[in-house]
Design a protein around this ligand. Structure first.
Ligand code: AHR
Length: 540
């Protein structure tokens, strides 16, 4: 059965009966999912489901911040619809202010009375993409209207924890201490706490997560790993904690750069003068699938290739983890994948001021889903993930401009996967033949279905991706170690593989319920072509 035929059947809500005829034995399945209810490598940190926001293009200005006097519905200047939607998907953590912007940012510019805040040239002014921007735009000349207080407010409104990236390239270490003091010192205790109170926040923000620079091998200073290790030691030493268990994140590799990780970890853990800091808990990794084409222009081979490139994060996680463990024997430091997603060339942004803005298709939803499944499968190695970026940027959950707003297919993936947060990962095997394709003249292959499973009390959540762009998969789900009492399914897919949401058709791609058939203790379902699915199993 091919894509179009499948969709016709689905529209008639009759596809379940096309594979299981009553009274007869079920035909042979295309795919098998086996779950082990009692085996778990660890608990899925809710923080794996985080988001990243940077002062770049339309992310903060036009995206998050519309201003208190805006006609757009807002909570003290913050776009209300964005906040409402983030609450729905239980966003656990938000990273800010960059990205590359972070290492050119002076946090002092963004505190105190808004009218007195200075204007500076934004880091991204030098980017070729910025050439098309309005000369006076906030995207070029940073107004600092949105600073630490506004970000903390955004986090509080959404229920997310803040994760701040400190400037290592262009500010002294004392400014890092001072920023921590501004955010965390008790009410009335320090001059910076008083400054915070003048801005409307008497109580501390209690920021636990701090990045020590960003991409320090590149825009964050072009350091050698040994030099960055020295800077890290200096910046991370004796930061005031105000009773919080601070979580410091080192600036880790681009993709799978093992040389960066080995040389940094050697300096920290294995030098004749090892550095021991109980707050050093995270090592960041950035992995993009960088493309030379626009987000909406692709054929079957490119569909698969993007998914395959995003899937490389699993190898990166395993390789980096192994390298880190050679020095950090107790694995006190875990991975923080704080930038990821497919990245296309310009041309599909919803407004010219949105640097790196791009459309998000159903293919990108699959890329996001398979990434989250990988995080779920490695709960002992990955403690946080933040998608790049939340709005009007690379792998966005939302696109908006002025009063127009839409949720992309990625938003629905985060909604479908929210049930994994805090669950125990279950061992799960997905068996089905690989997909073979030819990309730029070379033979390539990708798995035919993959996913993850987790358990919270008597509910098991299974999520999976069927990357096959043409064929649905008749799938059987078996559970060992418990009995399935009830099953329900949800699927995200579309008739056209380029499908995406627009301001005119904002719900073109959204999840729908998926028929499941529970009999003999097994669940059978047809997983649509090119889809993300979620199964919820109630077990005893
Ligand atoms: O997400 C866009 C940019 O990509 C970030 O600023 C930087 O960290 C990365 O190179």
């Amino acid at each position: 059965m091919h894509r179009r035929q499948f969709l016709r059947n689905a529209a008639m809500a009759s596809f379940a009966s096309t594979f299981v005829s009553r009274g007869k034995a079920a035909p042979q399945a295309d795919a098998l999912i086996e779950l082990l209810a009692e085996e778990s490598p660890g608990v899925i940190s809710p923080l794996l489901y985080g988001q990243f926001t940077e002062h770049i293009g339309g992310v903060i200005y036009d995206g998050v911040w519309v201003g208190e006097r805006s006609k757009i519905r807002n909570y003290h200047g913050i776009r209300a619809e964005l906040v409402d939607r983030l609450k729905e998907i239980q966003v656990p953590i938000i990273r800010w202010p960059g990205g590359c912007f972070a290492d050119s940012y002076n946090w002092r510019d963004g505190v105190g009375p808004a009218a007195k805040r200075p204007r500076h040239t934004n880091f991204w002014e030098v980017d070729p993409d910025a050439q098309r921007l309005h000369e006076q735009g906030a995207q070029i000349f940073e107004t600092n209207e949105f600073g630490t207080d506004e970000f903390a407010r955004f986090c509080k409104l959404t229920g997310a924890e803040p994760y701040l990236a400190a400037n290592v390239r262009s500010l002294p270490a004392l400014e890092f201490d001072n920023w921590v003091e501004y955010c965390n010192s008790p009410a009335g205790s320090t001059s910076l706490a008083e400054l915070r109170a003048e801005g409307g926040s008497r109580d501390p923000f209690n920021v636990r997560w701090w990045g020590v620079g960003n991409e320090s091998w590149g825009c964050g200073g072009n350091f050698l790993p040994e030099d960055y290790a020295s800077e890290f030691r200096r910046y991370a030493t004796w930061i005031p904690s105000f009773g919080l268990d601070l979580q410091l994140v080192g600036s880790g590799p681009n993709d799978n750069d093992l040389d960066w990780t080995n040389r940094f970890f050697e300096q920290i853990f294995a030098s004749p003068h090892p550095y021991s800091n109980p707050h050093f808990r995270g090592w960041s990794v950035h992995h993009y699938s960088a493309r030379h084409e626009q987000a909406l222009r692709f054929d079957d081979a490119s569909w698969y290739q993007v998914l395959k490139e995003c899937d490389q994060i699993e190898q990166i996680i395993e390789d980096q983890w192994a390298a880190m463990g050679r020095y950090d024997k107790e694995h006190s430091v875990r991975l923080v994948v704080d930038e990821y997603g497919p990245w296309y060339v310009e041309g599909t942004e919803v407004d010219p001021t949105h640097i790196f803005g791009q459309q998000v298709t159903v293919r990108d939803a699959l890329a996001t889903a398979l990434t989250l499944d990988i995080f779920n499968r490695h709960p002992e190695k990955v403690c946080m993930g933040t998608n790049a970026q939340l709005v009007n940027n690379i792998n966005a959950l939302f696109l908006c401009h002025e009063e127009k707003f839409l949720a992309t297919p990625n938003y629905y993936v985060f909604g479908m996967y929210a049930g994994h947060q805090g669950g125990k990962t279950l061992r799960a095997n997905f068996s089905t033949p690989n997909i073979h394709y030819v990309y730029e003249g070379e033979s390539a292959s990708l798995w035919g279905m993959n996913g993850s499973a987790s358990r919270k009390e008597n509910v098991i959540t299974v999520t999976a991706v069927n990357p096959d762009v043409h064929s649905p998969k008749l799938t059987r789900v078996k559970l060992r170690g418990a009995n399935i009492q009830q099953a329900s399914g949800t699927a995200l897919f579309a008739a056209d593989m380029h499908a995406h949401n627009t301001f005119e058709e904002p719900t073109n791609v959204q999840p729908s319920s998926l028929r499941t058939d529970l009999r003999g203790g097994e669940v059978t379902l047809t997983v649509p072509p090119g889809s993300v699915i979620k199964l919820q199993l109630t077990v005893k």
